[in-house]
Ligand binder design. Structure first.
Ligand SMILES: C=C(O[C@@H]1C=C(C(=O)O)C=C[C@H]1O)C(=O)O
Length: 463
């Protein structure tokens, strides 16, 4: 049982003791347990408006709300994984924390959002190669357990006492919220689509070229994506989108990454790039798609889908072996349902041998489920055939904690909201034998599912 400060004076003496160990410019990190509160409900009450906001909603598993930036890193280039690892390790190791053990749930975390490519095509546009944030506030919950954590650099009026007071008062305010039955994330009236871009013609010509490449043997696989721009007829609150996603995508991990009020990345990822927990790694091979309702056996027995899937399993396995691990996998894929789509799924597991989390993430990203094979050639073709920046689409998003436990999901089934503009991206894997009509249908289906899961009316002309 973890001993948590039961009174304000106990919290204050723990804070003062921890702050004495700090060198100049050090960050103090204080945590308190609290009554169970849904992080989605707590999020708007954690930071000031315009602040960084993050939500990780794996409920009924772990969920996290975070707000404010205590420390951050944003950069592009070939060393992004290595530098993000260094930033995470330094930020987390240097924290002065309350004495005593800390349950895994309450550990401080660095939050991470990568872009698909290491750098945007044109400097100054698009998402940076990586954004990493040590948040000021972190509320984490699993089942009935819930912890609130505050992190600030001491100095300039911030003292151990002021932080202890801020944490104590905020916990009280949040607990009152939980007990009031007022849940803040309202059921806002659904908005409509005022205008949607037509992506079909552009996709068709890129698709024909991509099929030539896989048929001609230049590539084994290419995951070509399309982007649809929607203009909505009213404002859309990312938090109400998230509460809808929780109901429509229960088996996924819902996420929000919001650097400013102007832009929010929202989605529900069905795919783990890498989860590290207590020395065990898990990665998901997820490829091969059918709409819910088709006979399940069709997908399991489709040679094209099984081949497409096996390429992903083999690549992930080979990457992990090269990293010195001994990966295990079930012999056959199973079916995984995500909303109204069904995928072939193979979980791959391994015991860790001291590898740094982001070194493994770098080796795995992007898998052939979202890029292609061979990787380098496929990435170059994506740059030339897709007429848009992928940004965060299909890139790793998640967190790393003080013990190296890590969860990174692949940011597919996602959209970027800028005011009343919503940008949706979806892709489908092409291999030898793929039919253009079927692939067109598959991306249309995925875009339609995205609209549906975001609670937008399905407009036939746009889907
Ligand atoms: C690329 C996407 O999904 C990926 C591609 C799949 C496929 O080609 O069958 C299935 C699941 C995902 O790994 C997407 O949803 O945009």
């Amino acid at each position: 049982m973890v001993q948590a400060p039961a009174s304000f004076s106990a919290l204050l003496s723990a804070a003062t003791a921890a702050s004495r160990r700090l060198e100049e410019e050090g960050v103090l990190s204080l945590a308190l347990p609290m009554g169970p509160l849904d992080p989605l409900v707590a999020l708007p009450h954690l930071g000031g408006s315009g602040d960084f906001r993050f939500l990780w909603d794996g409920a009924p598993g772990l969920s996290i709300a975070a707000a404010g930036q205590c420390n951050g890193l944003e950069l592009s280039g070939p060393r992004r994984f290595e530098l993000a690892q260094r930033f995470s390790s330094l930020s987390l190791n240097r924290l002065a924390r309350e004495p005593g053990p800390c349950p895994a749930l309450a550990r401080p975390r660095v939050l991470l959002a990568f872009a698909f490519f290491e750098s945007p095509l044109h400097t100054g546009t698009g998402a940076a190669g990586v954004q990493a944030v040590l948040p000021s506030w972190q509320l984490s919950r699993q089942g009935r357990h819930c912890w609130l954590r505050l992190q600030r650099a001491l100095g300039g009026g911030v003292t151990a006492r002021s932080m202890a007071e801020e944490l104590w008062d905020t916990r009280q305010r949040l607990e009152a919220l939980g007990g009031s039955g007022h849940h803040g994330v309202g059921q806002t009236p659904p908005v409509g689509i005022a205008h949607g871009s037509h992506w079909q013609a552009g996709y068709r010509s890129a698709l024909d070229r991509a099929l030539e490449l896989v048929e001609g043997g230049d590539l084994q696989k290419l995951v070509l994506a399309v982007r649809q721009q929607l203009v909505l007829d009213g404002p859309l609150d990312p938090l109400s989108l998230l509460s809808h996603l929780r109901r429509s995508q229960p088996g996924s991990c819902r996420f929000l990454w919001q650097r400013s009020e102007r832009e929010a990345l929202v989605g529900a990822s069905p795919e783990r790039l890498l989860t590290l927990r207590q020395g065990q790694l898990r990665s998901d091979a997820l490829a091969g798609t059918a709409p819910l309702g088709e006979p399940a056996d069709d997908l399991l027995h489709s040679r094209k889908d099984r081949h497409e899937h096996e390429l992903v399993v083999e690549t992930i396995t080979a990457v992990l072996q090269k990293a010195g691990l001994d990966p295990r996998r079930p012999r056959r894929p199973r079916l995984a349902r995500h909303g109204s789509l069904v995928h072939l799924h193979t979980p791959i597991t391994a015991a860790l041998r001291g590898q740094a989390p982001l070194t493994l993430a770098e080796a795995l990203h992007p898998t052939p489920a979202v890029a292609g094979l061979p990787r380098r050639e496929a990435m170059a073709w994506l740059r030339s055939l897709e007429p848009f920046e992928r940004g965060h689409y299909a890139a790793p998003i998640g967190w790393i904690d003080t013990e190296g436990d890590t969860d990174l999901r692949v940011a597919i089934r996602s959209g970027t909201l800028r005011g009343q503009q919503l940008e949706l991206t979806a892709g489908a894997g092409l291999v030898r034998g793929s039919h253009p009509e079927r692939e067109l249908q598959e991306v249309a289906l995925k875009l339609g599912v995205l609209q549906q899961q975001l609670n937008l009316p399905l407009a036939a002309a746009f889907s």
